[in-house]
Design a protein around this ligand. Sequence first.
Ligand SMILES: [Zn+2]
Length: 234
Amino acid sequence: MSTHEIVHIRVPEGMQWMVYHSIVLSDMTAIMRYHEHQSLKDCLESIGIPHTEVESCFVDSQQVSNTHIMLPDEVITIEPRRSIPFKEQSFLLDVHLGKLTTYLRLLGFDAVYFSSIEHEKLLEGAEGSVILTRSRDLLKHKRVSEGMLIRDTQTQEQLREVMRRYQLKDSYRFLYRCPNCNGLLQEVSKESVAQELEAETLLWIESYFRCPSCSKIYWYGSHYTKLEELLSRL
Ligand SMILES: [Zn+2]
């Protein structure tokens, strides 16, 4: 390979886990074969880094967009995505993230779970949503403007990742959304739910909420105290 056939991508430490195992990093740099007319987005994705995970790219000190067409011998430096303030976005979660979906709903965030592996169908309703997935391929799609590649397999760690990226810690609301179906809960009288609950619950709890979509009843119980403990550790 002559020196005129390669490009260099400098990958910061916090992003190296995304790089495909088949790509060898030398001194934090992936050395790639140069392809004529290849965009920076395509080049990054060929090493495993989705465009949603990149904040900015530089050739020397010159900032370039990911539509930049690569030139032979170029050295590209990338910066990881920064956290962004929460703006009432809805989250669209890919298959395998069912537990994370429940957590987000318990915290009051709009979280739609997509249990099929058919990404095309998921993308049909994805406009304006934040896609959370463990699939690089899904995030590579041009129709994805905002998304996050979830690294961890543990749900609580996944929640930590998402809460940091989207600065959710000050925006959560308990008893706002149904963890079962994402419906918006409505406060209801104790009398209206008395027939459906155990006497012991009714003895201790005064405030009740019902999901108008799936009819489940909720109250401030142990689920939420555990969540508060969890949030204090995040
Ligand atoms: Zn519901």
